[in-house]
Design a protein around this ligand. Structure first.
Ligand SMILES: [Mg+2]
Length: 308
């Protein structure tokens, strides 16, 4: 990638930060629905009543902040550094809602096991195809939006330190590609239907997540999110292929309305923090900073960024 001036690099970082705001607000918004009864959740959904603050973010945001620091300090993803940072943040706050497999991998890396070994030995040596790669990948796509080769290699590198299974990496690449599309091709004045999904498919490795995203092409955007989630998944299996396809469809449905995108995402239940993190990380790039409602942003606990 050829970043000619400080201004170019600053623009890339600003885009990644915008995506991180969308991601972290979405993560914290979605997470707040896990701790209420179905009756209260339905009342909030029906009346569009946002949860009372503070909204606490989860592992999705902690790991995306680590990615942001890698982009800022190393101008890209350095897997050894990122694995160490993931493990250090995990050690500080292990109760941020990490998945069962992630606990074991991050603890092992923190104890000195090389990340390749720690990530590669889970699931009988197949590695994880979970949605953790996708949940934190959009800031990478926003940063490398001008260079798809760099985008794909950096997205893969960001996922592989915890997700050795190729489909876990495909999920990260898909979300990063969607973010790049939002930066470079989104046009708020024109209906673009499934164009983002087509762009992602044209550049994506053909593993399980690819085929499920392809199904999303057949679902009209007028369909209810619940019906779409019945076909595409809602993240309840916490794997890439049952999470990323619905999130891309949902972001395509509301590319100009951050709040409505997240209400749609949370309405299908499933992995609500991660679904809302992915959708928020993409739609914020379409709406700009002003599209994230100020009361939503103020409700999210502050991010622990070392720069800005
Ligand atoms: Mg989470």
């Amino acid at each position: 990638m050829n970043l000619n001036t400080h201004e170019d690099r600053d623009q890339c970082l600003q885009r990644a930060l915008l995506s991180l705001d969308g991601l972290s607000v979405g993560d914290a918004f979605g997470q707040s629905f896990f701790f209420v009864t179905p009756v209260i959740a339905d009342q909030r959904l029906g009346g569009r009543f946002i949860p009372p603050p503070p909204w606490f973010f989860t592992d999705d945001t902690v790991m995306a902040v680590a990615i942001m620091h890698s982009l800022h300090e190393h101008e890209g993803i350095v897997p050894d550094w990122l694995a160490g940072e993931f493990a250090a943040q995990y050690k500080k706050e292990p109760d941020r809602g990490y998945g069962g497999t992630a606990h074991g991998i991050l603890r092992a890396i923190g104890e000195g096991v090389p990340w390749k070994e720690a990530a590669g030995r889970v699931f009988y040596g197949e590695g994880s195809c979970g949605n953790g790669g996708g949940m934190r990948a959009a800031p990478i796509g926003a940063y490398f939006a001008d260079d798809l080769q760099f985008l794909i290699s950096n997205a893969r590198d960001s996922a592989k330190v915890t997700h050795a299974h190729e489909d876990g990496q495909t999920g990260a690449i898909a979300v990063a590609l969607a973010a790049a599309w939002m930066v470079t091709q989104h046009d708020p004045s024109a209906p673009q239907e499934h164009e983002m999904i087509r762009f992602v498919l044209a550049n994506l490795p053909q593993t399980e997540t690819y085929w499920r995203i392809k199904k999303a092409l057949t679902l009209p955007l007028e369909l209810s999110p619940k019906t779409a989630a019945l076909i595409l998944g809602n993240g309840s299996q916490v794997i890439s292929s049952d999470t990323v396809p619905f999130c891309l469809w949902c972001a395509s449905r509301h590319p100009n309305d951050y709040a409505e995108a997240l209400w749609s995402a949370v309405s299908v239940y499933g992995d609500m923090d991660t679904n809302c993190a992915i959708v928020g990380s993409l739609v914020s790039l379409g709406t700009g900073q002003d599209g994230i409602p100020t009361d939503w942003l103020a409700s999210r606990e502050p991010l622990n960024l070392k720069f800005k």
